[in-house]
Design a protein around this ligand. Structure first.
Ligand SMILES: Nc1ncnc2c1ncn2[C@@H]1O[C@H](COP(=O)(O)OP(=O)(O)OP(=O)(O)O)[C@@H](O)[C@H]1O
Ligand SMILES: [Mg+2]
Length: 355
């Protein structure tokens, strides 16, 4: 069954359960109304008895059906949880592919640079060999002009001017590459670290930084990400990995919204995603703003609905914001709102209590 069908089935089951409860209530009402008549006639009494038996039988069947429906609902909820889990796994898989790509690029140029350093070392070694040879010759009284010529020839042969410029660059680039890999690996470790199921105090600025790095491959072709962090942001009591998932979902949506705007922009200028944090006495506020397509008025009220998506199959399942909303409001007692201007962009505003 597809996720959408599952959701419809659950809604239908809930409606049926509600209808059954209403039927029972109505039957009970009838019995009560009839039996509270002033002087019950014999006929009324037997009618009541009959009615009561009918109600009893009906109630029993309904109770049984109710139990079955409850079980079916429970099964469905289980499937839904599994689906959410699968969705999360899918996004982890997608991120992993992106990260592999992110790591692969620096690894490749580090490889090329090391090859260059190896060749250059051979050349420098040839130069040093000549230097040693000439020192020896000179100390044995050789002609100084000949030694000088041998040395300058060798410098030209190995193209020392070029090497002395390129070697430091190659070393610097390799160091940059290693730094980039270290940063990505560190972020991955933090992001995937199985944090506790209990709420603990967390630095949300750091959590956002980590998420941005882990998701680099999702945004870097379409946008620049800017962060404007509150330097005094207090630690927030929260479920770190779930909030990381919220930021990730909103960030990926922002990148998609910019991408879809770019596809109709002839200049194809990159967009911007700005993530800021602020706080007051009791709350922290995270704002994630994009310069993407914005959300048309007619669907603004539906974006948090489970399985609501405007994306093609494979690009979106419509669960990102539903999960985000649940995590922020239900699990953290916060609020998740949006402000949007079609054609200009959208801001998602997460407000969380500090304690
Ligand atoms: N920043 C945004 N700008 C414009 N539209 C957005 C933005 N964020 C969400 N939307 C709209 O809300 C819909 C629902 O978003 P949601 O994250 O729940 O699902 P999805 O991105 O379509 O799929 P999933 O997140 O499950 O991969 C999107 O399909 C899109 O139409
Ligand atoms: Mg999404």
């Amino acid at each position: 069954m597809s996720a959408q069908e599952d959701f419809m089935a659950e809604t239908e089951l809930r409606a049926r359960l509600k209808a059954q409860e209403k039927t029972i209530e109505a039957l009970m009402d009838t019995v009560e109304r009839q039996s509270s008549g002033e002087v019950p006639s014999l006929e009324l009494l037997s009618q009541n008895l009959n009615l009561e038996r009918v109600v009893q039988r009906k109630t029993e069947t309904l109770r049984q059906q109710g139990e079955e429906l409850q079980q079916a609902l429970h099964d469905l909820q289980l499937t839904q949880t599994q689906l959410l889990q699968a969705n999360k796994l899918e996004s982890v898989g997608q991120l992993a592919a992106g990260i592999a790509h992110e790591i692969n690029t620096p690894v490749q140029f580090i490889g090329t640079n090391i090859e260059f350093l190896k060749e250059s070392f051979q050349n420098v070694k040839r130069l040093v060999d000549v230097v040693e040879e000439q020192i020896r010759a000179l100390s044995e009284g050789a002609d100084i002009q000949r030694s000088l010529k041998a040395l300058t020839d060798m410098l030209a042969e190995i193209d020392w001017d070029y090497l002395s410029e390129e070697l430091p660059t190659a070393i610097g680039q390799s160091q940059d590459g290693i730094h980039r890999i270290t940063k990505i690996v560190q972020a991955m470790k933090e992001f995937s670290h199985p944090s506790s199921k209990e709420k603990v105090k967390n630095d949300l600025n750091k959590l956002i930084d980590t998420t941005v790095i882990v998701a680099t491959n999702e945004w870097k072709y379409v946008a620049d990400v800017r962060t404007e962090f509150d330097p005094e942001l207090p630690l927030v009591c929260c479920l770190a990995d779930e909030l990381g998932q919220v930021v990730l979902n909103i960030l990926v949506n922002a990148a998609h919204a910019i991408e879809s705007k770019l596809s109709s922009d002839p200049q194809k200028k990159k967009g911007t995603i700005t993530i800021s944090t602020r706080h007051d006495q009791q709350h922290v506020v995270i704002r994630i703003a994009d310069t993407g397509s914005g959300i048309p008025k007619e669907i603004q009220g539906r974006v948090f609905d489970p399985f609501f998506t405007t994306k093609v199959v494979g690009k979106g399942t419509g669960q990102g914001l539903a999960i985000a909303h649940d995590v922020v409001t239900q699990k953290h007692g916060g609020t998740l709102n949006l402000e949007t201007e079609p054609g200009k962009g959208t801001v998602f505003i997460i407000r969380l209590p500090i304690e």
